[in-house]
Design a protein around this ligand. Structure first.
Ligand code: FES
Length: 147
């Protein structure tokens, strides 16, 4: 019999058993990938962005239970967020939203943060003129100083 001395929270197990936002998107606006060369796990993220907001997000992960659960959680956290808000989602936040991860599994949450950042970076490369922040209102520019 195989036993494990790693213990997981109920929430983490629920996201592993029933992951949210699994799959891929047709014509994504950004594609991200992150991998860990030590364990060999790989995470792919697809995002759709409209008006600077992540309107849809999907993942495909080849990896351990924690990698699946953190993929599921990071997609839940990023959906509906602006690009800037999504960039502030850290691996620590992902792990904490799952009720915590065993220390030896924290690196799995790093993949989730890296894959999200990679997808946003790809989005920005593909859409170089998209606003990083909401555009200023017309006519709000300061008048030029007279000399
Ligand atoms: S063991 Fe490598 S991502 Fe989980």
């Amino acid at each position: 019999m195989v036993t494990s001395n790693v213990s997981y929270t109920k929430k983490m197990m629920a996201h592993f058993a029933n992951p949210h936002n699994m799959g891929r998107l047709d014509n994504p606006d950004g594609v991200g990938k992150a991998g860990n060369p030590v364990c060999g796990d790989v995470m792919h993220l697809h995002i759709k962005v409209k008006n600077n907001k992540i309107t849809d997000i999907k993942f495909q992960t080849l990896g351990c239970a924690s990698a699946i659960a953190t993929s599921s959680m990071v997609t839940d956290l990023a959906k509906g967020k602006t690009i800037d808000e999504a960039l502030r989602i850290t691996n620590a936040r992902v792990a904490s939203e799952l009720g915590g991860l065993p220390p030896i599994k924290m690196h799995c949450s790093v993949l989730a943060e890296q894959a999200l950042h990679s997808a946003i970076e790809d989005y920005r490369k593909r859409h170089p003129h998209s606003p990083a922040k909401p555009a200023a209102k017309k006519g709000s520019a300061k008048p030029k100083e007279k000399k």
